[in-house]
Ligand binder design. Sequence first.
Ligand code: ADP
Ligand code: MG
Length: 279
Amino acid sequence: MTSAVLERTAAAGAATGADPARIIEIRDVSLRYFTLEGETQALERINLEVAAGEFVSLIGQSGCGKSTLLSLVAGILEPSSGEVRVHGDLVKGPSPRVGYMLQQDYLFEWRTILDNAVLGAQIQGRDLKQARERAAHLLQRYGMGNFLKHYPRQLSGGMRQRVALARTLVTDPDVVLLDEPFSALDSQTRLAIADEVVEALRQEGKSVVLVTHDIGEAIAMTDRVVVLSRRPGRIKSEHLMQFPSCGGRRPSPFEARSLPEFNGYFATLWEELDVHVEG
Ligand code: ADP
Ligand code: MG
């Protein structure tokens, strides 16, 4: 960020009372869904902050409100009570500064891979030539360089996810929300892509919220793991992922998995998740 941008952000922060270092602020947020069958309290009094450049993961059982929380930050849903701010501004709808990769990939079957990847940039009225270059570059990094002219139906689930990820990053948002971005990848590809993606996001100074049901992924990829309780989702606990054995340096996701701290965090989070096999 240039100093001019920092000053402007600081000024905006002073006007709203918000701290510019806190990119995402979620204050006392509750959300109820209303349907014909009745009412579902999905989230209850969530308080969470994400600092600039921080990577946070959300874990919790299926149905505890993880996707709902991301949709609130993305401006796709409005809280029933409480407030969500990004860069100090109240979230009132989707913003180009926030990139959201949804749990389902929503690729358009009649558009090529490259055309799908530039869709967000196109909707935002960005320079299409530049967007195509960046999209092609990202797709190449994710091993999709030979598929630019293919159509989604010709791709595996894991490949489709990589296209959706490229589409989220083409517009260069500073906040990146990822909802189970690697769930359709096989485990080897998943490790390789996770390293690649985390390195790129860190280099670019993004702030990231990652939803995952994979405890190992949360530990290896993010600085802080937030555990949500069963429905209605509340924040049950938060855990900083620190790796002193790595000499203060942040290990890559791949390295993190072989460090001594990893197993300790895994055991703690497993206990926190309180998984019961029903049957
Ligand atoms: P998660 O991502 O943690 O699995 P969700 O955020 O998708 O959980 O959902 C939280 C709860 O809200 C679930 O019980 C789900 O059934 C309910 N829910 C999600 N979306 C809707 C919706 N559009 N209408 C009604 N209920 C919903
Ligand atoms: Mg979900």
